[in-house]
Design a protein around this ligand. Structure first.
Ligand code: ZN
Length: 259
């Protein structure tokens, strides 16, 4: 999936709070981007996109955003407008534990990046809004995808391989305990190691912690089980109430797992 925007002259200031798990995930994604570059884009000097981890319920697992910013050219006002390009790779948190899917999704998005780098801005804008190639999966995309699939197997990259119906979200473990101030502490893990199990047993006794298996991606990617760190949903902020309700529903579901 792609998103092309005409940049605002005044950059919007975005403040992102990244926790350690997000920083580690961003490094991991950068390494896969480099791997995909070496494997499939030799000879193209593609820029490293900015990496963003998203945690939304939108239907995409990956997306390449390219922001076009007009370059002012007051000396030649009639010359064709030039743009600078900035690329942002967005990956949904829910897909992070699924290594195979993650690399396929990144490969799909890197074809978009390649297309965005080589294409005239006017073509990119047209791709998005009009015509047969709306969405950016036109001839260029399909030819490059075919080249990759010829190497590694058909259907490795498809037009929809970055959409959520193409890949299933994976289940993971979540450990939830009530906070004195209200709300819940939570931590997560894809697999349980022996030290994690010991920590879970201790916290079941000391903190009324309960362990669950869930698919809801909202609570993944923050503090890991057994690290002595917990995430919690602050009482303010967007979606706080809804997320706290969702945690309460899991905690009170009676579906906890015994290990
Ligand atoms: Zn796409």
């Amino acid at each position: 999936m792609i998103l092309i925007e005409i940049g605002l002259t005044k950059a919007k200031q975005l403040i992102d709070f990244l926790d350690e798990a997000d920083v580690a995930s961003i490094e991991h994604i950068k390494n896969i981007v480099k791997e995909v570059q070496d494997e499939f884009f030799k000879g193209w000097d593609l820029p490293m996109p900015v990496i963003e981890i998203k945690n939304t319920s939108e239907k995409y697992h990956g997306r390449m955003r390219t922001i076009l910013t007009p370059i002012p050219n007051p000396d030649q006002p009639t010359a064709p407008r030039q743009y600078s390009k900035r690329h942002i790779l967005q990956i949904q948190k829910a897909i992070l534990p699924n290594e195979d899917a993650l690399k396929r999704i990144i490969t799909h998005e890197m074809i978009h990046l390649w297309d965005h780098v080589i294409s005239e801005p006017q073509k990119l804008i047209a791709d998005l809004h009009f015509g047969r190639n709306a969405g950016g999966h036109g001839r260029e995309f399909q030819d490059y995808a075919r080249m990759i699939n010829d190497k590694v197997g058909s259907d490795y990259v498809t037009i929809t391989s970055d959409q959520s119906y193409g890949v299933e979200s994976k289940e993971y473990f979540i450990l939830i305990s009530p906070r004195e101030q209200g709300g819940f502490n939570y931590s997560w893990a894809a697999r349980l190691t022996e030290p994690m199990k010991a920590d879970i047993k201790r916290r079941e006794v000391e903190n009324q912690a309960k362990l669950f298996r869930v698919k809801d991606p909202r609570f993944m990617g923050k503090a890991r089980i057994g690290t002595g760190r917990y995430s919690y949903i602050p009482s303010y902020g967007k979606d706080a109430e809804e997320n706290n309700k969702a945690l309460a529903a899991i905690y009170n579901s009676g579906k906890e797992i015994k290990i």
